[in-house]
Design a protein around this ligand. Structure first.
Ligand SMILES: C[S@@+](CC[C@H](N)C(=O)[O-])C[C@H]1O[C@@H](n2cnc3c(N)ncnc32)[C@H](O)[C@@H]1O
Length: 298
């Protein structure tokens, strides 16, 4: 089976009328893609902030005559760049799993590998984390996750207790458990992330009870009982600022904190803020992202 794929660039405030036109002409599905590689951040779960300029991609049945639609789009005032309008034939494939072919085994530090759960690990004697990210963030390929995995591999000690705040797929929580942590508390405000973390922990045969999962408001009130040797949080700069005091109370005196998910230009502000509770190291940068780390003062 094949499809016709129409693609056109449009400003995000002009999407609605164009989308309706595509649907009126028999559009079967519409995707929004970033037209300019502009980062946008989901600060509120369930919200869908858009890029300023969006590539609208619409699928039609192969037999559908689209001459009338193409004519209308060529005149449409919402389409500033008429050359962005393209139509191509697309062969069918197992779309829901097509990303799998891009997800390859990756090494972090000396011991740790993250491997797709459907492949044999390339280094069977390494610490192999078998992962299917599902709908949650965290496959290891993003610079922020990668920097956190490298930090964990280097700094975690046997029998450490760890908090992974913003666990996504559970990648950091599971890496911590595989690298010797005896108790890992994984927190996320997205229920899908909690589900993914539990599934991935089972996939890695993590002993029952080692990883506990919580939505933030389900965390036990007794913060002292939760206090850990390491807290790692790969979330955005804004929640990291807002949560700073709470997170600092979750780290034991002389315990470690590692933070990522912030842009390089946001590092100084966060370093200063976390400096109230931690002796902070210099920021480590990768692509446009930063990782911060520090030791709890007392
Ligand atoms: C960038 S992902 C990181 C996932 C994984 N830990 C990794 O390193 O790849 C950030 C995760 O933090 C969660 N998150 C964002 N803000 C949060 C908040 N205020 N409280 C708890 N979780 C939050 C998101 O739902 C998302 O799963």
């Amino acid at each position: 089976m094949a499809w016709q794929q129409l693609r056109v660039q449009v400003r995000s405030d002009q999407i609605e009328p164009l989308e309706q036109l595509l649907l009126d002409y028999g559009g079967l599905s519409i995707s929004y893609l970033d037209a300019e590689d502009q980062p946008v951040f989901q600060s509120v779960p369930g919200s869908t902030p858009l890029w300023d300029l969006v590539d609208l991609v619409c699928l039609f049945e192969k037999e559908k005559n689209l001459d009338g639609l193409l004519f209308l789009l060529q005149q449409h005032p919402a389409i500033e760049d008429k050359e962005s309008l393209t139509l191509e034939t697309l062969e069918d494939q197992a779309w829901e799993r097509s990303w799998m072919s891009d997800f390859k085994a990756m090494q972090f530090g000396e011991r740790l590998w993250v491997c797709p759960s459907w492949q044999e690990p390339p280094e069977p004697s390494a610490v192999n984390l078998m992962l299917d990210p599902g709908l949650a963030f965290g496959s290891g390929s993003h610079a922020t996750t990668s920097m956190c995995l490298q930090w964990l591999e280097k700094n975690i000690r046997n029998d450490n207790t760890v908090i992974d705040y913003g666990c996504g797929s559970g990648i950091l929580a599971i890496a911590a458990a595989l690298l010797g942590a005896t108790r890992v508390i994984a927190v996320d405000n997205d229920p899908q992330a909690i589900t993914a973390t539990i599934e991935n922990a089972k996939r890695n045969n993590i002993r029952k009870g080692v990883i506990e999962t919580y939505l933030p408001d389900q965390l036990p009130d007794d913060r002292a009982a939760l206090r850990s040797d390491i807290l790692i949080a790969n979330i955005l700069a804004e929640p990291l600022m807002q949560l700073a005091e709470d997170l600092s109370h979750l780290v034991k005196p002389k315990g470690h904190i590692a933070l990522s998910g912030l842009l390089a230009e946001q590092a100084d502000e966060l370093l200063e803020h976390y400096g109230s509770w931690f002796e902070m190291d210099e920021a480590v940068l990768s692509e446009e992202w930063a990782r911060l780390s520090g030791i709890r003062l007392n």
